[in-house]
Ligand binder design. Structure first.
Ligand code: F6P
Length: 349
């Protein structure tokens, strides 16, 4: 339904925030304005569409937000498909607010909802893949990942100097949920001596052998990067004390760093410390790469609407921005390419 004689594009950001979201929002508003659409910001992810919380976005509202982390729209992990009343409210609000189209920016959960709504014909949707975890199958890279990796790299660089001074083992626990992208790429960039990821379980003896090999050639400190979803061979993923599932059924992972460090110290006698990088990996200003990727995704999302290509997701294939049906984009998680971990292994010990 046209507002002010213009068709309206709703835009929302859902799931965990990440650097680059504001670059996408800015690009959507600018491109939409150029092509003659109005943009309506929906607050706090799908929650805002359930409750009808919106804010029209004009050029002034998005001016100066390119370098800002987080999302000016707010976000949540609300799943509007969990409750039939919430789903009805989404349908009602899409009509009431006069939203002709919707751009949903998110990871597997947010985009999964977008895919269902598109399939049921509730609204004409285009998805934009976001997450520091880089685990969305339909794209070579999600924005937010590059920034998270650069934060991990800087942290490892800093830990190197203190590890060497004290001749300690430093275990760095990073995010990534069930995949090890942040760990393996951050670890490679930081020159980690061992990288532990969910895709490649190892046992504690193998890990200690790597450390002992380094010691035997006179390197008396080591850096181990462990992804929060890593499991010791035969073990389980560790969840934090906060055992509550989110609305998409996810547990909150964390704690594996402490377990590994404790076992290393007991087995080798090497003094070992743990650093959990946590939400620092998601905060602050996006890298140049994420600003550009987010901008290209935002422009493409509006172009897809203009071309009538609904139920699709923008994606990066090689260096090209293109699109893929939402139904093909998320059939499974995108796991770490074994070639990356094989490359990392060359530098162990
Ligand atoms: O999906 C992004 C992510 O940062 C994961 O790497 C992590 O497991 C999770 O979100 C943390 O969630 P929350 O922000 O709810 O603590």
């Amino acid at each position: 339904m046209a507002r002010n004689g213009k068709e309206a594009i709703g835009i929302l950001t859902g799931g965990g925030d990440c650097p680059g979201l504001n670059a996408v929002i800015r690009a959507v508003v600018r491109r939409a304005y150029m092509l003659g659409y109005e943009t309506i910001g929906i607050k706090n992810g799908w929650y805002g569409l359930v409750k009808g919380l919106v804010e029209p976005l004009d050029l002034m509202k998005v001016s100066g937000i390119l370098p800002r982390g987080g999302t000016i729209l707010g976000t949540s992990r609300t799943n509007p498909l969990k409750d039939e009343n919430d789903k009805k409210a989404v349908l009602e609000n899409v009509k009431q607010l006069g939203l002709d189209y919707l751009i949903a920016i998110g990871g597997e959960d947010t985009l999964g909802v977008a895919r269902s709504l598109a399939k049921e014909g509730v609204v004409k949707v285009v998805g934009v893949p976001k997450t520091i975890d880089n685990d969305v199958e339909g794209t070579d890279q999600t924005f937010g990942f590059d920034t998270a990796v650069s934060i991990v790299t800087e942290a490892i660089d800093r830990l190197h100097t203190t590890a060497e001074s004290h001749q300690r083992v430093m275990v760095v626990e990073v995010m990534g949920r069930h995949t090890g992208w942040i760990a393996v790429v951050g670890g490679l960039a930081g020159g980690a001596d061992c990288i532990l990821i969910p895709e490649h379980p190892m046992n504690i003896d193998e890990i200690c052998e790597i450390l002992a090999k380094r010691h035997s050639r006179g390197r008396l400190f080591s850096i181990i990067v462990v992804a929060e979803g890593f499991k010791l061979e035969g073990g389980e993923e560790l969840v934090t004390k906060n055992q509550k599932l989110d609305q998409f059924g996810h547990v909150h992972l964390g704690g594996i760093g402490e377990v590994i460090a404790d076992q290393i110290e007991k087995k080798t006698g090497y003094e070992t410390r743990v650093t959990v990088l946590g939400h620092i990996q998601r905060g602050g200003s996006p890298t140049a790469f994420d600003r550009v990727l987010g901008t290209r995704y935002g422009v493409k999302a509006v172009d897809l609407i203009h071309e009538g290509k609904f139920g699709s997701m923008v994606c990066l294939k090689g260096n090209k921005i293109t699109d893929i049906p939402l139904s093909d984009a998320m059939r499974k998680l995108k796991f770490v390419d074994p070639e990356l971990i094989q490359t990392a292994e060359i530098f162990y010990g």
